[in-house]
Design a protein around this ligand. Sequence first.
Ligand code: SF4
Length: 322
Amino acid sequence: METLLSIKELGVVYHTERSKVYAVNGLSLEIAKGESLGLVGETGAGKTTTALAALNLLPKSAERSGDILYEGKSVFHMRERELLKLRGGEIAMIFQNPLTALNPVFTVGEQIEMVLRAHGGGKNRQIRERAGELLETVGIPRYRLKDYPGQFSGGMRQRVGIAAALASSPKLLIADEPTTALDVTIQAQILELMKELQLRSNMSLLMITHNLGIISELCQHVAVMYAGTIIEYGEVAKVFKNPLHPYTIGLLGALPKLDGPRSRLTAIPGRIADPQNLPPGCPFHPRCERCQEECQSKTPGLAAIEEKHFVSCHLYTKEVRP
Ligand code: SF4
């Protein structure tokens, strides 16, 4: 499959008054056209920072290294005009709280129309017609175009957020915990809708979540993040059936079946690595029951264990060494 977004050895350090925060540490990842990839990890693992970096939206104070290529072109070296086309155009993003993306003083129709005008234009009547179609696509009758975001429930607002995101016909949709704030029934409806829309439009999807059930329902591939880097990556079926990294095994707990009930992350002893004070060697070693001497000083690299299944752990690199 053709690569759409390629993240190469991304590093992001935030400078605070007193210290440095190592949010992303040498992360490499690719998303192909039409692919759905889940980025999973605990809060503070660097998931959202990675998404913001893909849109070149990191604060100016952030120190970054590595590169991110969108259709072969460096996002970090794009001009302002190219970035405007990229953000909300080629790449759209939906957030946990749609109210942060929707302006309360404009009707939802006006907001969807603004996106349509910015990315393609057309006559007023055509734009209004398209806005109505988009609202209907997400299951909301078009007469509600004249309503304000505050007149919608949480689940309906997220649907509006998805309609607005789709207005630019993005090639990549980044969804950052889009259903966390919603109740379970509405969550299921929104996920079903996203799955259907992604398949229908062949859009790529980067789903950022801490919920493994969402990944198993929606994604072809999964990348497990810990302390700002990928520690396991592969096809969802392979990783869920045969998790290798002790952290992934901990996340999956009792190894739920793909068709089993949706599960949230199980608790893993200890705390997530402090990004202001990362441990040497494997960043997971202070929490790892299988930690060995070399884990405390040597950082493991990501190695292929089977086809389309990679892990960053000394246990496996040892096993595969000749
Ligand atoms: Fe555990 Fe060592 Fe593997 Fe890290 S490298 S996950 S400490 S066994």
